[in-house]
Design a protein around this ligand. Structure first.
Ligand SMILES: Cc1ncc(COP(=O)(O)O)c(C=O)c1O
Length: 417
């Protein structure tokens, strides 16, 4: 007898779904209200907001709102209709592609509607079954899911471990010699959870010994690192060694959409082979004109990146001085590592939000090992030194309660109630 498909869904809600009853609306799917800013409303209170990737503070800049609004009023959200290839192409899409390419020092670029879908689709397009993928263990879900579609071999290396990377490149080389294929190596420019930069300089240096092409997801590096915010490749002086560069508009650009950049022939290949774009509607005009405005502001307003780093440096040095462990971050992403179980983490975050007016993301098992808690802070150009000082004070207070067992007691009381 064939089982009802929904039988499993009802009994196994998935690793995150199983928390829905306890966590929804507060720890997951929280509603941050009011204009995007350093302080927003949560649960009826104003909180210092450290969980939004609006790195350069462009989300609510009046010039950005003006361009977005004018285009929405004039062009509507529908134009252009259809896929780029069929009827959804415009001179503005082309202009944005030219400007993105120029900004990141590449010959050409091509837009995708969402970074996630674009990345899955680009990996799918770049490799055939005879090719081999070598990738970092800690890469974003969009890379993992792109690799999942690959019909050929893949080798994963230990996170940011160049020895392990080289070992796997060697294995991939042997395999490719048999299959007659090539090798695609995929890394991130900035690893979004712990804030480390991908070791692009060392990876590019491996090109001297191995024949591979490098794809870099620079979602968090674009706008925040490198000269003028041109990304992690510029930061490390190896942009030319990146064969396919990717950035999303969802973070520093405070919009939606993404792009791939590289040599003209490779970009043209992606244009004609990325299924996520060939079979989906084109990016709507307000997103395109809005992205042009944002890119122009990134180019002409270096003070935005300077401010981001002023806040980042104040936050990170203040937290370190107060004795917090920030792990190995080399970017604005600021993870604060604490020890405790999930119920303690929930009680602590509740206290942080309700009594100290600080809102940040919380990361626990299974994303990180059991017993570890990461409170992840994303500084932006909108934050102030006052936000930083208040937050360090709040963090010092909650750490004391975590260490003296207060949150354990609160969590136990809730469990037994
Ligand atoms: C490293 C990385 N790559 C890709 C994406 C996906 O980008 P988008 O939000 O444009 O789909 C994200 C966003 O969370 C990301 O952090």
């Amino acid at each position: 007898m064939v089982k009802d498909l929904f039988e499993r869904i009802k009994s196994d809600k998935g690793p995150l779904g199983k928390w829905a009853d306890k966590a929804e609306g507060y720890y997951v799917f929280p509603k941050l209200e009011g204009p995007i800013s350093n302080r927003m409303m949560f649960n009826g209170k104003t909180v210092v907001t450290w969980s939004i990737n609006d790195y350069l503070g462009l989300a609510n800049h009046p010039d950005v709102l003006k361009v977005d609004g004018e285009s929405a009023a004039k062009d509507g959200m529908a134009y252009p209709m259809g896929a780029r290839m069929m009827s959804g192409h415009t001179k503005y899409h082309e202009q944005l592609e030219r400007e993105c390419a120029e900004f990141v020092g590449k010959e050409a670029s091509y837009l995708v509607n969402f970074g996630y879908q674009g990345m899955v689709s680009a990996i799918d397009a770049l490799v055939s079954k005879d090719d081999i993928i070598v990738y970092d263990m800690d890469t974003h879900a969009c890379i993992i899911d792109g690799v999942r579609l690959h019909a050929g071999k893949r080798f994963v290396y230990r996170h940011n471990d160049i020895e392990s990377c080289e070992k796997n490149l060697k294995r991939a080389t042997k395999m490719a010699e048999k299959t007659g294929g090539g090798i695609l190596l995929v890394s991130e420019g900035v690893f979004g959870m712990r804030g480390e930069q991908g070791r692009l300089r060392e990876i590019v240096a491996l090109k001297e010994k191995y024949n591979f092409r490098l794809l870099v997801d620079d979602a968090h590096g674009f706008g925040t690192l490198g000269e003028g915010g041109r990304g992690t490749g510029f930061e490390q002086g190896v942009q030319d060694g990146i064969d396919v560069y990717f950035a999303t508009f969802a973070k520093s650009m405070a919009g939606i959409g993404a792009f791939f950049a590289g040599d003209k022939d490779v970009v043209q290949y992606l244009q004609y082979n990325m299924r996520s774009q060939m079979f989906a509607k084109s990016l709507p005009m307000p997103m395109v004109k809005g992205a042009l405005k944002r890119l122009d502001m990134i180019r002409t307003m270096p003070e935005l990146k300077d401010k981001l780093w002023e806040i980042t440096n104040a936050l990170q040095s203040g937290l370190k001085e107060a004795g917090f462990d920030l792990g190995t971050t080399q970017t604005c992403i600021t993870p604060v590592y604490l020890k405790g179980d999930i119920p303690e983490a929930m009680a602590m975050v509740h206290d942080l939000r309700e009594n100290h007016g600080v809102f940040c993301s919380i990361v626990v098992y299974p994303v990180i090992p059991k017993g570890m808690i990461i409170l992840r802070l994303i500084p932006t150009a909108r934050h102030t030194i006052e936000d930083v000082n208040e937050t360090i004070k709040a963090f010092t207070a909650i750490r004391e309660k975590l260490e003296n067992g207060t949150y354990k007691k609160i969590a136990e009381a809730i469990m037994t109630a």
